[in-house]
Design a protein around this ligand. Structure first.
Ligand code: 5GP
Ligand code: ZN
Length: 120
């Protein structure tokens, strides 16, 4: 099953951030991925881990390049270790009904507090 994504490709917000065309606070980098602070944080640590290359969502990334998905997980772990105690939640919203609003795959790294659970 394919996950619904809106419209044809627009100029991609996170491609622009990765390219440095839109200012953001980068908190960690790896060869193929970047971690930067979410503009609307939901926890003391709320970073987004994104591949430098454009992939639409985590399903597509996992199929196209599983090593890159593993690199995102590793980068998220590194962010949580640098900015918190190393424990973290990693969320990929996959499709509009799951809350995905930016269609360049990104993992939300949430850390730095005791996290609740109210997903819906
Ligand atoms: P989604 O809803 O697609 O899972 O997550 C998109 C995230 O991107 C949201 O948490 C939102 O706050 C964040 N975001 C949207 N626009 C920007 C931006 O221009 N800069 C940064 N750093 N984060 C953004
Ligand atoms: Zn992109």
């Amino acid at each position: 099953m394919t996950v619904e994504t809106p419209g044809p490709a627009q100029p991609c917000l996170f491609c622009k951030i990765v390219a440095g065309d839109i200012p953001t606070t980068v908190v960690a980098e790896s060869e193929n991925a970047v971690a930067f602070n979410d503009i609307d944080p939901k926890a003391p640590v709320h970073a987004l881990v994104v591949p430098r290359d454009h992939h639409v969502n985590v399903t597509e990334l996992a199929a196209a390049d599983p090593d890159l998905l593993a690199e995102l997980v590793d980068l998220g772990s590194r962010v949580a270790g640098q900015l918190a105690d190393g424990q973290f939640r990693l969320i990929f919203n996959n499709g509009t009904r799951a809350g995905q609003s930016v269609f360049h795959v990104h993992g939300h790294v949430l850390a730095g507090t005791d996290l609740g659970w109210t997903p819906a």
